[in-house]
Design a binder for this molecule. Structure first.
Ligand code: NAP
Length: 288
């Protein structure tokens, strides 16, 4: 197990086996932090360690097994981290996935699964780390929200509602922890080229007799269009490092080519205009 040298800030990242989590692990290691790259399957640790070796920063990374939906893993991993590394300076709640589908058709267990990971897993790990940050009066918690945490698209209700929950949770926690010098920060990415597009959304199965069949096809085309033109995820990794280095970071950081404009438009336009424009863009036809 790699150990941090004295005075090196310790970063704990969840979901480090791919996408933003992997890139953030490398970016923080390159920036001189000590990274605990946690992942639910340690069989994937070479995905992080191989590029880390190539960049000469392997000594700055330790991989740990952590499935954030398993409370018993949190209960054993967090004390181990505190004992070995003396604490966590930066917690990055990154692990997550996108479940899609039309509200009527998504089985309740899939709704629960989405919230177990994106919301309750994030809360459980945060709760385990908080007492240490509070006692030290120091720390930054970076939560990966999404543009979907600010505006919800049809066909993506499970994902959007989980990210709206992350937004509310983070806003309240920020106010609870500011008096202790602990900062809570939200990154709100638009669309980036990671595995997220091929994981959850590919499982969108609808019954052949579903009234949502045509809209599902339209939705899948839109998602595949977005995935193909998505931005480079390295941008988000670099932003996370920048935020960790700030003494007084703000709460929200929208990132991505069209993200800020889309969020601004939603707050400026009358709701009826905005929903008409959104349905037109998504390509759903009126059925009445
Ligand atoms: N890419 C985008 O366009 C985008 C936009 C906005 C927000 N986000 C958010 O960014 C975060 C990272 O997503 P990504 O785009 O980098 O997708 P990704 O490449 O699919 O990475 C997601 C990571 O989360 C891990 N994970 C899933 N469930 C987990 C669990 N229960 N415990 C621990 N790890 C778990 C996955 O592990 P496995 O390898 O084992 O599956 C994977 O490492 C997510 O919160 C996502 O909602 C992404």
């Amino acid at each position: 197990m790699a150990l941090p040298t004295k005075n090196k800030s310790v970063v704990l990242i969840t979901g480090a086996s791919s996408g933003f989590g992997l890139l953030m692990s490398l970016a923080f290691a390159e920036a001189g932090y000590f990274v605990i790259a946690s992942m639910r399957h340690l069989t994937k640790k070479e995905f992080v360690l191989k590029p880390a070796r190539d960049k000469g920063v392997e000594k700055n990374i330790s991989c740990m097994k952590l499935d954030i939906t398993h409370q018993e893993e949190i209960d054993s991993v967090v004390p181990e981290i505190i004992e070995c590394y003396g604490g966590v300076d930066i917690l990055i709640n990154n692990a997550g996935y996108a479940a899609g589908g039309f509200v009527e058709e998504v089985p309740l267990e899939d709704w629960r699964g989405q919230f177990e990971t994106n919301v309750f897993g994030l809360i459980a790990l945060t709760k385990a780390i908080l007492p240490h940050m509070r006692r030290k009066k120091h720390g930054t918690i970076i939560n990966l929200s999404s543009v979907s945490g600010k505006m919800a698209l049809p066909g993506l209700a499970p994902y959007a509602s989980s990210k709206f929950a992350v937004e509310g949770f983070s806003e309240a926690l920020r106010l609870e922890m500011l008096p202790y010098g602990v900062h809570v920060v939200l990154i709100e990415p638009g669309s980036y080229q990671t595995d997220i597009w091929s994981k959850g959304m590919n499982e969108l199965n609808v019954r052949p007799d579903s009234p949502y069949n045509a809209d599902t096809q339209t939705l899948m085309k839109m998602v595949s269009r977005i995935a193909q033109t998505a931005d480079n995820p390295e941008e988000v990794a670099q932003l996370a490092v920048k935020l960790a280095q700030m003494d007084e970071p703000d709460l929200r950081y929208p990132v991505g080519r069209r993200t800020k404009n889309a969020i601004r438009l939603k707050s400026l336009l009358p709701w009826k205009w905005f929903e008409r424009a959104t349905l037109k863009k998504v390509g759903f036809r009126n059925k009445t």
